[in-house]
Design a protein around this ligand. Structure first.
Ligand SMILES: Nc1ncnc2c1ncn2[C@@H]1O[C@H](COP(=O)(O)OP(=O)(O)OP(=O)(O)O)[C@@H](O)[C@H]1O
Length: 251
């Protein structure tokens, strides 16, 4: 069987012994080349899951294997082949966009770093912004810089936490279109956490619904719509979040 992009086995995170786990025995196998959506209400455990997949948080239990590398033993080999972007992690504000990208390119030991930066800047419409301090950019511009940072090492796996949060509809649409093209060109696997159901329907071939740290349902967007008898994923999300049993739902 092909090595999966991500294999999570009984993944658990307990921040405090007296609190319920933030992620509770979560298991899934995400194939290479897939785009999966991680959905769930506030506090469902999405960011905690992504942090464990990245090795930023040590699981309280269970195991993560990324691109065949066990994150507990072989984290650095996995990290070289993956990357992430999150609106919660600010890039150093005083240095320029180009300097930011240069730092990350060197951290990842990217060959021909300057060429890669120029190439990414052209693709993500950042060329005019390269000399500006990162802290002076608008939210939409920062999101494009964060994407450039996430792609600097040509990752085989991309973890995206709320990739279009705080973007206007036009910029959000542009980012989604860009991700679609990037995925088609490179075969990159993508796991994205999002509250934007239209985005998930457009980009994801599989959805994992989290509630209180556990997967409560999963499937392709089309399969979930059929299962819950709904017209859009937003209604499915509400059914699951509010714990409405399927038989009690309107036809
Ligand atoms: N550093 C922390 N210390 C203690 N508890 C935490 C910590 N980080 C998160 N939690 C708790 O873990 C649970 C899951 O949080 P997490 O941030 O993973 O959820 P989320 O699904 O990403 O939510 P949101 O959609 O609001 O971003 C929440 O109950 C949260 O309060």
């Amino acid at each position: 069987m092909e090595t999966p992009a991500i294999l999570a086995e009984a993944l658990t995170k307990r921040y405090r012994p007296d609190a319920p786990p933030a992620v509770d025995m979560l298991s899934f196998r995400m194939p290479r080349g897939a785009t999966w959506g991680l959905l769930g209400g506030n506090g469902a455990g999405k960011t905690t899951t992504i942090a464990m997949l990245l090795g930023l948080l040590v699981p309280s239990g269970g195991r993560v294997t990324v691109l065949g590398h066990d994150m507990a033993r072989d984290r650095f080999a996995a990290l070289a082949r993956m990357n992430f972007s999150s609106p919660y992690i600010a890039l150093p504000a005083r240095i320029s966009v180009a300097e930011n990208l240069r730092v990350y390119a060197h951290l990842y030991d990217v060959p021909q770093a300057e060429k890669r930066i120029v190439e990414l800047a052209a693709q993500l419409q950042l060329t005019e912004l390269l000399d500006r301090p990162a802290g002076e950019l608008s939210a939409g511009q920062k999101t494009r810089v964060a994407l450039a940072k996430a792609l600097v090492n040509r990752p085989e796996l991309l973890l995206l936490d709320e990739p279009t949060a705080s973007l206007d509809p036009d910029t959000g649409d542009w980012v989604r279109g860009w991700l679609e093209r990037y995925r088609a060109e490179t075969g990159c696997s993508i796991l994205l956490a999002s509250h934007n159901m239209a985005e998930v329907e457009r980009l994801c071939d599989h959805v994992l619904m989290l509630k209180q740290g556990s997967a409560v349902d999963e499937g392709s967007p089309a399969a979930l719509l059929a299962k819950y008898g709904r017209d859009d994923l937003e209604q499915v999300f509400l059914d699951i979040a509010r714990g409405r049993p399927r038989e009690a739902m309107p036809a």
